[in-house]
Design a protein around this ligand. Structure first.
Ligand SMILES: [Zn+2]
Length: 257
């Protein structure tokens, strides 16, 4: 089981460091900024062995050149269908990424929607989901369709409940406030929101999240729930044919929430 370390960067991003307990080796995920991740590597005494990139947005790759210069020779994995300068190994759904220093093999999953070539990595009990799945929410659909994004989320939701989700931003409280607007009667959601508020009040990250908690409280993974569907239909003012239509309505609603 890998141990994820959240490194706050930019305004609300997280860069992730993954390490195997008892070993100095680490993988660096989505270095949007170089300074914080280099400082965290030094303070934890880590030895970077690989860099993993989920998508091309600047807040996920802006520090890549400097980080790669700092740790020369380590492989940089990134999406096969996106242009990311500095990526040395382009990978897509069905590929695997071996990081021997972490004794870990990651599965690569295609997760288009936020960007057209967005990928996620799953291995060592950890999901690196970039800006596709967030704690209590999901990413905006910038380059794909609602159907693609719903399909990508379903692929991630099928992973084991005890998976630790490492996402790209601290959006949890805003996401849970929206989730409450959708599902005010969900007691697990109320309890999660209370815990997340206490965590933020103490100055800590609310992530990684546990995938099982997303099934219970994240409206974007609950489009088949009658209460979620009813809320989306009330918002749309019409009957919605399927889960994708429910998802699309929720996503639009959240954009202006
Ligand atoms: Zn992004």
């Amino acid at each position: 089981m890998l141990e994820p370390i959240a490194v706050p960067a930019l305004s609300d991003n997280y860069i992730w460091l993954l390490r195997a307990p008892g070993h100095p080796a680490a993988a660096i995920v989505d270095p949007g900024e170089a300074g914080p991740v280099i400082a965290a590597v030094e303070s934890h005494g880590l030895e970077p062995a690989a860099i993993l990139i989920t998508h091309h947005h600047g807040d996920h790759v802006g520090g890549l050149a400097e980080v790669a210069r700092c740790y020369p020779g380590i492989p940089v994995y990134g999406p096969a269908t996106e242009e990311v300068h500095g990526v040395t190994q382009r990978v897509g759904g069905g590929d695997t990424v071996d990081v021997p220093a972490l004794d870990t093999r990651f599965e690569v999953l295609d997760t288009p929607g936020h960007t057209a070539g967005h990928i996620a990595y799953f291995g060592g009990g950890v999901l690196l989901c970039g800006d596709t799945l967030f704690a209590g929410g999901c990413g905006r659909v910038f380059e794909g369709t609602a159907a693609q994004m719903a399909d990508s989320l379903a692929r991630l939701a099928a992973l084991p409940d005890d998976t630790l989700g490492c996402c790209g931003h601290e959006y949890t409280l805003k996401n849970l406030a929206f989730a409450r607007a959708v599902e005010p009667g969900n007691d697990l959601l109320t309890e999660r929101e209370r815990r997340a508020q206490a965590t933020r009040d103490a100055g800590h990250p609310t992530v990684p999240f546990r995938l099982g908690d997303e099934h219970d409280t994240n409206p974007f993974l609950r489009c088949d729930e009658p209460a979620v569907r009813a809320a989306a239909e009330a918002r749309a003012g019409r009957t919605l044919d399927d889960a994708v239509a429910v998802f699309a309505t929720l996503r639009e609603w959240k954009n202006s929430f």
